[in-house]
Write a protein that binds this ligand. Sequence first.
Ligand code: FAD
Length: 253
Amino acid sequence: MHYTHEHLEIQKTLRRFIDEEINPHVDEWEAAETFPAHEVFKKLGNLGLLGLNKPEAYGGAGLDYSYAMALAEALGHVSCGGVPMAIGVQTDMCTPALARFGSDELRREFLAPAIAGDTVGCIGVSEPGAGSDVAGLKSHARKDGDDYLISGQKMWITNSLQADWMCMLVNTGDGPVHRNKSLVIVPMDSPGIEKAKKIRKIGMHSSDTGLIYFDNVRVPQRYRIGEEGQGFVYQMQQFQEERLWCAASSLEP
Ligand SMILES: Cc1cc2nc3c(=O)[nH]c(=O)nc-3n(C[C@H](O)[C@H](O)[C@H](O)COP(=O)(O)OP(=O)(O)OC[C@H]3O[C@@H](n4cnc5c(N)ncnc54)[C@H](O)[C@@H]3O)c2cc1C
């Protein structure tokens, strides 16, 4: 990719931040099997690095996608996998669909604080019986007045033990499996959520990976991203940015 002076300056800013604020703590955070996501994200938010390609109306820089790739590439400078993955979840995994399809109200409530680094987000797709087979997920939401009542479970969810909200893919209807799902923003302090287990891994220890249970969790329907039933399609689009982020962040020598 051809980088301009601006791309390179952003990378320089991030690498300096990594040298000063992340790498000196990596051994400690890997040993602790967690890192202070709120603290690190706030500092990244202050540098304007959590919303490079997000709309300016919500605090983003409004730049094109090449700047997000430049950022992801420079995150490879972190001397572990867990912390950059957690940052990538915030910038490229749990916020792209919200930025693209969320209502103005939803973006003000959840996207703007995520870009500012005031909140930590996570993406809830995988379940014990639905990893690669996203269409087979079983979590479901039933309508109750203006709300959804969500039940089910999500597994291997990065950031989920520290997260303030989850962008959750859930069945909101009984139709064909590619047209019965919606993406819904679920505040992680909602009654009925149990952060059941921190999953131990063979690497990436500093990022927390959780098993989360949902038992009739009440969420307003206005927290749904975009159209009901389009969640599978939105998530497949969101996965494209996730996968490109993973590839780019592995490029740094
Ligand atoms: C560190 C870590 C962090 C994660 N963070 C998140 C997160 O934040 N949010 C989230 O939602 N999920 C997360 N996941 C879950 C991850 O997305 C799933 O592990 C992934 O989708 C694969 O699912 P699975 O592990 O159930 O494997 P499976 O789906 O059971 O696949 C096992 C193997 O079978 C192969 N396979 C599966 N289906 C087919 C097929 N039809 N044809 C041929 N081969 C096939 C796969 O390629 C794979 O090699 C995380 C996982 C890890 C390890």
